[in-house]
Design a protein around this ligand. Structure first.
Ligand SMILES: Cc1cc2nc3c(=O)[nH]c(=O)nc-3n(C[C@H](O)[C@H](O)[C@H](O)COP(=O)(O)OP(=O)(O)OC[C@H]3O[C@@H](n4cnc5c(N)ncnc54)[C@H](O)[C@@H]3O)c2cc1C
Length: 455
């Protein structure tokens, strides 16, 4: 197994249960194990009736329709349907590995019916899977960076990895690659994003630099996914460059306005419900000058959204707020005045639905929740694009077997998780789908690799 997050652990557990000897090579040290999975909280699950993880029913057809909506219909139908079908078995499977479910969520995230939240979040999920895997006899080698695959025709014969500055070779009957995307390699991102990449914040692990993905390409694996494709959200510009996780995300956007470094608005902050729109804001900010933006709101909005790890800047006037943000005070004041003048209705906005309270005559408009910014103190968050993961990966079939660029596939190389999610998720995102794809293909890859190795 190459990798140590959700996909690799699901694969390791299933491979071991299918009777294989399993070595898991995790690049991170033990205290950083688990990749981006450490930061997760929930997984998307189809179900016909309420269960321990989720409320109501979320049928396979509805799940599929949601996927088609976010990908614009571009998905590998066979793999997408397989993922959705398998997701219906995951709540029980995860519980059998020791995962415990939170009560279905209440509040503004609107995910109680579609997503299960595991108790203790991603760290606990990772710890539970490692405990189970090791109890079953999986050998874990931390600090092991997989760098190359040695081939014998269309078979991988051995894996080359680096550990404690020494190169090692391990012979294998089969290999599962589950080493995430390449979002933490800023040089690689720069190939598609230019210098803008230097101002991206990477929300997850610094270890997902795509080293194993490159090794797969070198071995002849077929690429899939848009190399420029990123899942990215608005994060606080004061967040650490890597691994800030969930708490650096800024959710104030629909409650106010967002301006760029010139002090001008550039997109409809009230286009749709926030769970359906938060994931476009990283890209929107990436396209602004200097990859910088500022979320502005007033006292009426304070405390109404999920707080982040950072306190907003605050001031008694918009001009003073602008000076703290290093923006032109006259321009920002004029932007806020224009925004306020375009709103006729007063009173509280309703955030639990599209309330249709829009600006009039303003470009770009704010289509819902338009409320004047007129109550001191005024607040602001400085924003940057926060990259969650990349979409580029390798093509796989329904057995999780990696395709070769020559046509056909490797006999004994399997992939799972973020490094193959681009087969299904070509763009856009559905909350919790990353883990669903990883668990589905991790389990399939683990069983397939074990069967091949033992044959
Ligand atoms: C802040 C944040 C919150 C998120 N929240 C959710 C959520 O709630 N639900 C959801 O479904 N998704 C969420 N995601 C996305 C989710 O993290 C991924 O879809 C999922 O965890 C990917 O699992 P994976 O096993 O493919 O990769 P990862 O969990 O990232 O694991 C990759 C592993 O590979 C290792 N590795 C990398 N290179 C090598 C190498 N060369 N050799 C050996 N090992 C290597 C890494 O150390 C790491 O252990 C979130 C992501 C972030 C950043």
């Amino acid at each position: 197994m190459c990798g140590g997050g959700n996909a690799a652990l699901c694969a390791a557990i299933e491979a071991r249960r299918a009777g294989a000897t399993v070595i898991l090579l995790e690049r991170g040290p033990q205290h950083m194990r688990g990749g981006n999975t450490r930061h997760t909280r929930d997984i998307r699950l189809a179900h016909d009736a309420p269960n321990a993880a989720a409320d109501g029913a979320y049928g396979e057809d509805e799940f599929y329709a949601d996927l088609l909506r976010v990908t614009g219909g571009e998905t590998n139908d066979v793999l997408a349907r397989l993922t959705i079908r398998e997701s219906a078995t995951l709540a029980d499977w995860m519980a059998r590995q020791g995962v415990r479910w939170q009560k279905p969520l209440t509040g503004t995230l609107s995910l109680a019916r579609t997503n299960g939240f595991f108790l203790g979040g991603g760290k606990h999920l990772v710890n539970t899977y490692y405990d189970t895997a090791q109890r079953l006899g999986v050998e874990v080698r931390y600090g092991a960076t997989v760098r190359a695959f040695e081939l014998d025709g269309d078979r991988v014969a051995s894996v080359i990895y680096e550990r404690f500055d020494r190169e090692h070779r391990v012979a294998c009957g089969a290999a599962v690659i589950a080493a995430g995307g390449f979002e933490a390699d800023v040089d690689w991102l720069r190939e598609y994003w230019g210098d803008a990449a230097d101002r991206f914040t990477i929300r997850g692990t610094p270890y997902n630099t795509g080293v194993a993905l490159k090794a797969l390409y070198d071995a002849g694996a077929k690429r899939v996914g848009d190399p420029r494709g990123l899942h990215s959200v608005a994060v606080d510009a004061r967040a650490p460059r890597f691994d800030g996780g969930i708490v650096t995300r800024i959710d104030s956007i629909p409650f106010g306005i967002v301006v760029n470094a010139a002090g001008e608005r550039f997109y409809d902050e009230g286009e749709d419900l926030w769970p359906k729109r938060y994931a476009i804001w990283g890209k929107l900010i990436a396209d602004q000058p200097g990859q910088a933006a500022y979320a502005i709101f007033d006292a009426k909005a304070a405390g109404r959204f999920i707080p982040s790890a950072f306190r907003p800047l605050s001031a008694a006037s918009i001009g003073e707020l602008a000076r703290q943000l290093d923006l032109d005070a006259n321009v920002l004041t004029a932007t806020v005045e224009r925004f306020n003048a375009s709103i006729s209705a007063g009173g509280e906005v309703r955030m639990d639905r599209l309330d249709g309270r829009s600006t009039s005559g303003l470009m770009p408009p704010k289509s819902n929740w338009a409320q004047r910014i007129d109550s001191a103190p005024y607040y602001a968050y400085p924003l940057r694009p926060g990259v969650t993961f990349t979409y580029l990966g390798v093509e796989v079939d329904a057995d999780a077997r990696v395709s070769t660029s020559e046509g056909g596939g490797f006999e004994n190389v399997f992939a799972a998780g973020e490094c193959m999610a681009g087969n299904i998720l070509t763009r856009g995102y559905l909350a919790g789908l990353g883990l669903t794809i990883g668990a589905t293909f991790g389990r399939i890859a683990g069983v397939g690799a074990a069967q091949y190795a033992r044959a």
